[in-house]
Design a protein around this ligand. Structure first.
Ligand SMILES: Cc1cc2nc3c(=O)[nH]c(=O)nc-3n(C[C@H](O)[C@H](O)[C@H](O)COP(=O)(O)OP(=O)(O)OC[C@H]3O[C@@H](n4cnc5c(N)ncnc54)[C@H](O)[C@@H]3O)c2cc1C
Length: 485
């Protein structure tokens, strides 16, 4: 049975990365009727994207993408053997508070009612709105890696990577191994990894392998003669496409002519569904992002819905597995498959492992905190890519007295485009806080409306006709009946 034919399931899991895979595997083993939905064609998520195919035609990508990537195969195999259902190419455009999950697959929309939902929608790259970031030829570092994993596509022209975060060096290392013409890596984070690691030695005991791995990527890039800079205050030049990037480094300005520039400022939780559900969120002052508030098992303030993995706050792929398992144990308890005691006993090992992971994450968060030098919002910088709203236009509205992100959205259309605010939600709050000298945590979030993924009107209309007798198709989180369709 496919997603468009299925009407009910006990547990719906959205997202097939390490969190969703681990959750589905354990829940199915505990006897819960589980279905995992993912918009991708195969399980793996961001980190293990396309792992089955890349391992089968082996040789090519796994040695380039590394042993950490290859490790994902065990997770996928366990999931495949678990008995959990899998619905690939299924974009989830709604999760309602009553458990109705809206899916678009094969150009058809459908609704599946789940008794419990685990959101394992992972992370997305933090948008980097600097002047010129919308020029053709400027993309995300994660996007380069996605092309490599999904299709084996390697840049055929010289590429510059700029920004900060572990993914910057990992992707640079993978590109170099793949033979891509890597021109330079510009690290915009403040300090040096080696000296930060020395200072943090007491809390880092047990993570020598991770640290050495990071240092070895940098050493390998140096050994290949790739130019590594520490820099900031990027300027992107170009008229109809990127032509050069310049930045300040060691007291001088460096300019590199390039036709391909990849930017990266870490990753943030992909929390559109919890936002559309009006779950309680908290502003994370270290990771500089909103994350849903959860209990120790990932349960949100929406009674049927839990979050596992990076969607609940960035913690990495290993932690995602433990968070997935914890959410699955809680689901099995709530669905009557195991007792509270059994849930708590089984949870102990995952909790311990998570505490350990948290130590390393706090180190990474500190050294890779997005730098002010990459957070400049000149007036001409486009904040909302979909509706082409600039920082200057928003500043003008703020100057006229607009003091709320949703007011700004209504009057400027910032956040009303196809991506539903994914690209501008963080920036608009920051701009408002900076201009009004207020705390960003008080700026609130967009009131996000479903569908959270683009949904053709024809699909929605067909669903409305088919579903006419089973209640409203679209459920609005705040229950406003005038908004029901
Ligand atoms: C572009 C990118 C590349 C990364 N590469 C690496 C890496 O190489 N190594 C590393 O250690 N970490 C990497 N990370 C970080 C890494 O993603 C996480 O630490 C880890 O994968 C989190 O696992 P997860 O299970 O929470 O989510 P993810 O692995 O992100 O999986 C989430 C899944 O949810 C699906 N999904 C999301 N929304 C919907 C929806 N509405 N409908 C249907 N499906 C949906 C996505 O298709 C995806 O498959 C990367 C992050 C990004 C953004």
């Amino acid at each position: 049975m496919t997603g468009t034919e299925r009407e009910n399931c006990e547990l719906a899991i959205i997202g097939g990365g390490p969190a969703g895979l681990a959750a589905a595997t354990l829940a199915a083993r505990l006897g819960v009727e589980t279905v995992l939905f993912d918009e991708q064609p195969a399980p793996g998520g961001q980190v293990y994207r396309n792992i089955e195919a890349n391992s089968r035609e082996t040789g090519l990508l796994t040695p380039i993408l590394g042993a950490d990537y290859a490790r994902g195969l065990d997770l996928v195999r366990a999931f495949r053997a678990s008995g959990a259902g899998f619905e690939p190419m299924s974009a989830v455009w709604q999760v309602a508070a009553n458990g109705k999950v809206g899916i678009s697959r094969d150009e058809r929309a459908c609704l599946v009612r789940a008794r419990r939902v685990i959101l394992a929608t992972g992370a997305m790259e933090r948008p980097v709105p600097v002047p010129g970031w919308t020029l053709p030829g400027v993309i995300g570092v994660g996007a380069i890696q996605t092309l490599m994993k999904a299709s084996g596509i390697i840049p055929d022209r010289p590429v510059v990577l700029a920004g900060s975060g572990p993914l910057l060096y990992l992707v640079a290392f993978q590109l170099a191994k793949a033979g891509a013409p890597l021109q330079a890596v510009v690290d915009t984070s403040g300090g040096s990894l080696a000296s930060a690691a020395r200072q943090a030695l007491p809390i880092l005991a047990g993570f020598a392998g991770d640290l050495l791995k990071g240092l070895s990527w940098i050493a390998a890039l140096k050994a290949r003669g790739i130019a590594l800079y520490r820099g900031g205050y990027l300027s992107i030049e170009g008229v109809s496409r990127v032509e050069a990037v310049s930045f300040r480094s060691g007291g001088r300005r460096i300019r590199i002519a390039t036709a391909l520039l990849a930017l990266h400022e870490g990753v943030i939780p992909n929390n559109q569904i919890t936002t559309s559900l009006r779950c309680q969120h908290a502003w994370d002052r270290t990771q500089l992002a909103w994350r849903p508030e959860t209990d120790a098992f990932g349960a949100t303030t929406s009674p049927l819905v839990a979050v596992a993995g990076d969607g609940a706050g960035i913690a990495g792929a290993r932690a995602a597995v433990h968070r997935g398992r914890l959410a699955a144990l809680d689901a099995a308890f709530r669905l009557g498959r195991i007792s509270r005691n059994e849930r708590d006993d089984r949870a102990r090992a995952d909790r311990q492992a998570l505490l350990r992971e948290a130590r390393f994450r706090s180190f990474l968060d500190r050294i890779y905190r997005p730098s002010e030098a990459m957070r400049r919002l000149d007036d001409e910088t486009i904040v909302c890519r979909c509706e082409e709203v600039t920082a200057g236009e928003l500043r003008q509205l703020i100057g006229e007295g607009f003091s709320d992100v949703n007011q700004l959205k209504s009057f400027s259309r910032c956040g009303m485009g196809q991506c539903q605010g994914r690209m501008c939600a963080g920036t608009i709050g920051r701009l408002l806080a900076d201009e009004t000298k207020a705390d960003i945590a008080d700026m609130g979030q967009y009131r996000l409306r479903i569908p959270v993924k683009p949904l053709p009107l024809a699909e929605l209309a067909a669903l409305g006709n088919a579903d006419r007798n089973s209640g409203p198709v679209l459920e609005v989180a705040d229950g406003d009946p005038s908004q029901r369709i």
